[in-house]
Design a protein around this ligand. Structure first.
Ligand code: PLP
Length: 462
């Protein structure tokens, strides 16, 4: 049999045991729903959405192994067995000896920011993440973006656009002094850059640099498994290592990590902080009882911790992580057949439409990405979200809008939820909107909350 002319497709590495029906709606219905939601996809009712690509956060489909684990929830107030099992897996897969569970990622960000940051400090990071930065700012710190320049260019195909620029970091350390930098805040893949990973080589360089100046290095490991997969696929010397081995190697360079379990861990709720730093651990273990719950449940039910522990085992399985990233890639390849402008390379968890090029006729003040997300919903009931001027918000000191270079619509893939045919339908809808793009006029903001405005802001059509 000649292999030459045969296409080798891949398929979802699971079969469907239970289904959740989704509602089909008319364009007229969706026009009304979008208007009522103030053209903010976060304010739509989920039941009015056909294919929901708003976020991959907590929207994962759990496996039968995880669901079975829920029945083993030990709901004791203190010391539940699920907590110890989860702790064991955090040690085994992330290599961190100390662990504090939290109800989700931002609770861990709150704690680490409060513990480490003093007013007047600077926290360098590879592009900001919304909740990460807001907690750093609330603790009195100033976030400084030290990501490589390539990350701000949607068309640059650098394979590791999540890398930190060592020069930018060293310049900052010299300028403000290492004592003003409680830690470097690294994330990967970098969501706001389009789901772009950092390389192991870059991590090693940044590690050496922080060691040289005695600055700590912390990791937002929320999507670390995807970053490990990209390293395996793209970086020299890693193709023979497993994703689990690479994940552990990544974590070995950090003093500690915080994680939103709602992403990599294939669950619907959860988070944690883990570290090799005993002092930070002791403070976090004490602080968690004020904000979350006892240190052995951190705002979670025992069953949630069991699902997380099992999710860790599943997230690094080759078939799961490769299907995860390849589904996103499939979507990107299909969209490019229609010449739709995208951020390249494709991200680990999402495809990002480049709204600046998609809606070339529109000024950034009219919120091109917000407008595009609304139009896609109106066309087909597909829900994405804005990552541009609205998400970027205002400078807390000057009150001025922070105009980001990237103006994107994010189409994020829940893990194990949709099939290839859902993606085909979605791609066709976006192609349709692209064809009629000149008719899109933009939006005006009529309601603006003070924090994380993208969640609740309201708009009217121009
Ligand atoms: C989701 C996310 C967070 C925040 O976690 P929540 O569970 O939503 O509170 C922090 N960092 C990154 C990179 C994330 O993706």
């Amino acid at each position: 049999m000649s292999k030459k002319n045969i296409k080798h497709s891949w398929a979802e590495p699971y079969k469907i045991k239970m289904v959740e029906p989704i509602k089909m709606t008319t364009r007229e219905f969706r026009e009304k729903a979008a208007k009522e939601a103030g053209y903010n996809t976060f304010l739509l009712k989920s039941e009015d959405v056909y294919i929901d690509l708003l976020t991959d956060s907590g929207t994962n489909a759990m496996s039968d192994y995880q669901w079975a684990g829920l029945m083993l929830g030990d709901e004791a107030y203190a010391g539940s067995r699920n907590f110890y099992y989860l702790w064991d897996n955090v040690k085994k897969y992330y290599g961190m000896p100390y662990f504090v569970p939290t109800h989700q990622g931002r609770a861990a960000e709150h704690m680490i920011s409060k513990i480490m940051i003093k007013p007047g400090d600077y926290i360098p990071g590879n592009m900001y993440f919304t909740t990460t930065r807001v907690h750093q700012e609330l603790a009195g710190g100033t976030f400084v973006d030290v990501i490589i320049d390539e990350a701000h260019d949607a068309q640059n195909e650098h394979p590791f656009k999540g890398n930190i620029d060592p020069q930018k970091l060293e310049d900052l350390i010299k300028k403000v002094g290492p004592e003003k930098i409680p830690y470097v805040s690294m994330a990967g893949p970098v969501n706001m850059a389009g789901g772009q990973p950092f390389s192991m080589e870059n991590l090693k360089t940044i590690y050496k640099l922080t060691q040289k100046y005695g600055v700590k290095l912390w990791f937002d490991a929320t999507r670390a498994t995807e970053n490990a997969y990209f390293i395996q696929q793209k970086e020299k010397g890693y193709s023979n290592k497993t994703v689990a081995q690479i994940l552990k190697e990544i974590c070995s360079y950090f003093d500690g990590i915080w994680v939103s379990a709602k992403k990599d861990l294939l669950v619907n709720i959860g988070g944690f902080l883990a570290t090799r730093n005993k002092k930070v651990y002791e403070e976090a273990r004490n602080m968690v009882v004020i904000y979350e719950g006892l240190h052995s449940y951190g705002g979670l039910a025992g069953r949630d911790m069991e699902a997380m522990a099992r999710g860790i085992e599943e997230m690094v399985k080759p078939e799961n992580i490769s299907m995860r990233v390849r589904q996103v890639e499939y979507c990107g390849v299909q969209l490019e057949k229609y010449n739709i402008p995208l951020v390249k390379p494709y991200g680990g968890h999402a495809i990002f439409l480049d709204a600046k090029r998609f809606l070339q006729h529109m000024k950034q003040d009219l919120f091109p990405a917000q407008s595009l997300a609304a139009e896609i919903y109106i066309d087909s009931g597909v829900r994405g979200m804005e990552r541009g001027l609205v998400s970027s918000g205002r400078d807390p000191k000057t009150g001025k809008q922070r105009y980001p270079k990237l103006e994107l619509v994010r189409l994020t893939f829940p893990r194990r939820v949709y099939t290839q045919s859902h993606i085909d339908v979605m791609v066709e809808s976006i192609a349709e909107v692209y064809e009629h793009r000149k008719k899109i006029k933009g939006l005006k903001m009529v309601y603006e909350p003070k924090y994380l405005r993208f969640f609740q802001a309201r708009f009217v059509k121009l």
